[in-house]
Design a binder for this molecule. Sequence first.
Ligand SMILES: Cc1cc2nc3c(=O)[nH]c(=O)nc-3n(C[C@H](O)[C@H](O)[C@H](O)COP(=O)(O)OP(=O)(O)OC[C@H]3O[C@@H](n4cnc5c(N)ncnc54)[C@H](O)[C@@H]3O)c2cc1C
Length: 333
Amino acid sequence: MAASTAVRTRATDRTRATDDVRVAAPDPAYRLFDVAVRRVHRVGTSFVRVTFGGPQLPAFGAGGHDQRLKVLLPQGAFDLAQAPATDWYGWWRALPDADRPVMRTYTVRAVRPELGELDVDFVLHGVAEGHAGPASAWAARACAGDRVVLVGPSAPGTGRMWGVEWAPPAEARTLLLAADETAVPAVCAVLEQLPAGVRATALLEVPEAGDVLDVRSAADLTVEWLPRARSQGAHAHGERLVARVREVAARLVDEETAAAPAAAEDETGADEGVLWDVPEQAVASGPECLYAWLAGEAGVVKQLRRHLVSEVGVPRASVAFMGYWREGRREGE
Ligand SMILES: Cc1cc2nc3c(=O)[nH]c(=O)nc-3n(C[C@H](O)[C@H](O)[C@H](O)COP(=O)(O)OP(=O)(O)OC[C@H]3O[C@@H](n4cnc5c(N)ncnc54)[C@H](O)[C@@H]3O)c2cc1C
């Protein structure tokens, strides 16, 4: 406890709008957690919740909100017993291709340290069509007892060092969260931890109507689920989300007080290739004290940010945007 009371990081300070009273520990080490699947539960048409368990998990540094972790899917002659206590990444990179576990990024949906359990909600993209990526394919056939390795912080805290990007400014009173299915676990975890007195609108595009999940919050919450109804070929990825963000932003942002639209960046294409931008010094904007958090397919979230910043005039410092995956590219490509 002594270590965890010593430092209150700037990142932790930036989360005061969420009434986050945790005190950050010093920078965490990232370490491997040897876990096995305990349960698999289909929570939606496209979502499988995998509950991992293991004696090492109580030591997982759970920071909450949108905290990410890495899932390593063993293959070949991979042997966790050979993994070093430090520099797991250098060790992972040096493994022969055939034995190097596939590594993918996911969100900690929930943790129960007292039970040594951690939940991850996997989207089953491409499974029905026969072109699933390795992680999606693994989740579709996961069974109790299957072993994987998780990578996460060794101590709890909030802020980027802990893989937590949720950091609205203290003065934010209106939160706009827009996401596709890959960021639904992050949004649900964030919403569940919001305090009363904050107004949050979550716009969530998902593959099917059967992907509408139950989410609760103490905040004044509006959640809109936007199914693409892919099986009926109704909407392209991002189409419904972009349209709805445009409508909601027009309502939330007072044109009189919006900053001058920052058109130059996108018109010149200067931000091509930028897929992740979380303001270090976030500010809430306008009379509504707005802060926006956007995550999902990279091209779609770029469109969303472009609209908010360049067309509506929301300051860049009031918009976090994160490309969680990219159409046509495997993670890491
Ligand atoms: C911080 C962060 C948190 C994330 N949290 C979650 C989470 O909690 N749950 C979750 O399901 N995903 C999450 N993701 C997204 C996940 O990492 C990617 O979807 C990843 O590509 C899946 O790996 P894969 O092996 O299944 O596919 P890959 O091998 O990486 O990709 C194979 C092909 O599938 C495509 N593809 C990848 N994802 C999708 C998708 N969702 N829909 C359609 N096509 C896709 C790729 O463009 C590529 O063409 C998160 C990503 C980040 C960066």
